[in-house]
Design a protein around this ligand. Sequence first.
Ligand code: ADP
Length: 398
Amino acid sequence: MTEAVLTLNAGSSSLKFALYPARTDAQALLRGKIEGIGRAPAFRATGAGGQQLTGPDFARFDAAATHEDLIPALFDWIRHQQGIELVMVGHRVVHGGRDFTGPVRLTPSVMGDLAALCALAPLHQPHNLAAIRAVADWAPGLPQIACFDTAFHRTMPRRAQIFALPRRYAEGGVLRYGFHGLSYEYIASALPAHLPPAAQGRVIVAHLGNGASLCALKEGKSVATSMGFTALDGLMMGQRAGALDPGLVLHLIRQEGMSAEAVEAMLYHNSGLLGVSGLSNAMQVLEASQTPEADEAITLFCDRAAAGIAALIPDLGGLDALVFTAGIGENSARVRAAICARLGWLGLELDSGANAQGLSDISTPASAVALRVIPTDEEVVIARAARALLPEGAEART
Ligand code: ADP
């Protein structure tokens, strides 16, 4: 049987997975997603050549099926339908706090530390941990590791991590943690193949997906990022407002009488592209729409992204390259063009033909800043970490 490492990315209603060869740095054997958890779970997966794979029978699962029910079905399918034996599972975990600065082997003590961080990421961390527990229950001897979205940013200097609040808050862990770290780690690892050496010096990566953030990279390390204590900060996103006047939150609570839960729901789920357009959180849908509200939402998204990029330049002392990635960054020529248009004063010049064609190199030869589109791959980063932490001669245990 082929030995593989499994990567899992568990959200509230979805479970993304991918399988990589255990001993070689080769491409994914297959990847897929279980969607609709809590409603009607649906399975889809594609093989290495992009072919659709027949999934397990999910007809027996209904709205009551949880990650704990679906993970055994996934494991059975991997072993019996795909003939793959697992030697390690690597999880994407959103929050590693101050102390987890890299991937870690999961033990009961580490799980205790990660559970304590749920308060910092209440909408994501509990689902990540539920998947880890479900694997541990089903395959108790199978080694598991966690890879954190926050860890990549722990190289930021202290002054990029603290807020201008009384000191005791920073000492108590109120810090700019930053997120999307697995995506930035992937891009940092891919940069040498995409950019001339000089451009690996001062790079801003724009991760523009449904969640969106920016990272300033100096020699491949994070020195500043737009997300903060929570994943609400920074850029306008699909459903999140991004950075706001904190006085506005006080106003909503005092004058509008909103509860903390109602404010949370508004800021996480009903704002951003969805809130401004009144139509959708998906850029693709807004681009296809003719309404002035959709147009305004796209314009605001691009303005905020350009302003965010400009705000990171002092942390780098200049800019050699700007990289676009994630769903919008990789696919929307309109968004890339609008952001670059607002940053033209940097001497940055977009090659509009290359941009429209979706090429990787989208800057003109005269541009003072190299512009690139690089597809991200968070799963590869988890798989590499899993291989690196694989015990020598580990037995397959599913
Ligand atoms: P996440 O992983 O944060 O859920 P993705 O990185 O998959 O999000 O990005 C989703 C976003 O990318 C959505 O706004 C979607 O509409 C947008 N997107 C995907 N394909 C295109 C496209 N061809 N044109 C414009 N936007 C696109």
